[in-house]
Design a protein around this ligand. Sequence first.
Ligand code: SF4
Length: 422
Amino acid sequence: MPAQVTERQYQGQVHEQSRQLMSAWMDELGRAEAEGVATGALMISGNCVELLRACHVLPMFPEVTALQNAIRKKSLPLILKAEQAGYSSDNCAYVKADIGLFLEGGMGPGKPIPYPTITVCNYVGCNVYVKWFEHLADITGSKLFMLDVPFARTAEPTEQDIRYVTAQLQELIALCESVSGKKFDIDYLREILAHAARAEAGYARTKELCKRHPAPFDAYFDAINMMGPINVLRGTREAADFFDVAVKEFEGLVAQGLGPLSEERFRTVVEGPPPYPFYKSFRNLFAKWGAVGVASTYSTVGGIWEFGFRHDPRRPLESIAEQMLRENLTNRSIVARYAQIKRYVQEWSADALVIHSIKSCRLFSAGQGDMREYFTRDLGVPTLMVESDLEDPRYYAEAQIKNRIDAFFESLEHKKLVAAAH
Ligand code: SF4
């Protein structure tokens, strides 16, 4: 009987600094209305947060509000409120939790989460975004800006695609100037993009370190500590400095041969967002088997940095457009996602693929049945698929999920023992 795997009780600088940075941003949002600072709601995926920052518009992210409420186990009453107002049970639960928050009066004038001054729908890949942000603008009375980003159809974005997006970015600059009352300065944007590129390089380096055995952190569950700084705070000096700290901390763990668990028995690649209302319980189901996520697609939802793309201060608007068009998970086809996962499995030496399918998110879950077939049958990668939701706790059936996870790792363990005996 192998020794029991335990979690290292480790809350390092990465966890603490990420918490502090995100709290400071939330505090800033809470003060925005009183201080007369313009705010802009944005989507996480392929966002142009640097541009808003350069225009002195404080970014806010409804997805982050929704997931924070889910982690705090506050999402269900909000979802129910939205369903009472007519949202269907199979709508994206992020949307319902967010709309429910408005209807409950948890957002608005004088609240820690203010109404946005402008609502920027950076539509990348998921068509739910369009309706969500239309509703958001309607409820809050904020100005709606639809930023249409064509779906990636070619390996690299075409010149026409880049021109089409940069022309819209120019229009967005004009709108931001009108609400912030401040003139746009391209050199300030270049400065912000240099900070962004430094953060991107740092995040990529932390992921690179997960190629080591053991991986110094769980690239699915612990990546959440880095997703705030990279997606929300990208473009700030603080976020860039944060990644310097993260790299140093993880390099230190690599040097000591330490990972997040007492033993790394299985290396997994994880596809799909986590079940935020049951984050820790879900994590525990893998931890007890010594399974560590060494790479994940969800951590690239806002941007894919580990394969080399960086914002370029010499081509400010063009590189923002390129990132929105191509360098994020949601604006790509599922076949491109196959290629991304395949690389992870091979280059990060993974034993298995875990697919967490999200009941209310079609963007992620459509096609995952075929994905499982492809990895299992065509590539011979053991693949586990479990289903729940990223926001709605009603879809998390722990006993069922646990049974599937246990059966999967039991079989992987058996295969390992058989292979070792030959
Ligand atoms: S359907 Fe999925 S990708 Fe689209 S907004 Fe909802 S959670 Fe995000």
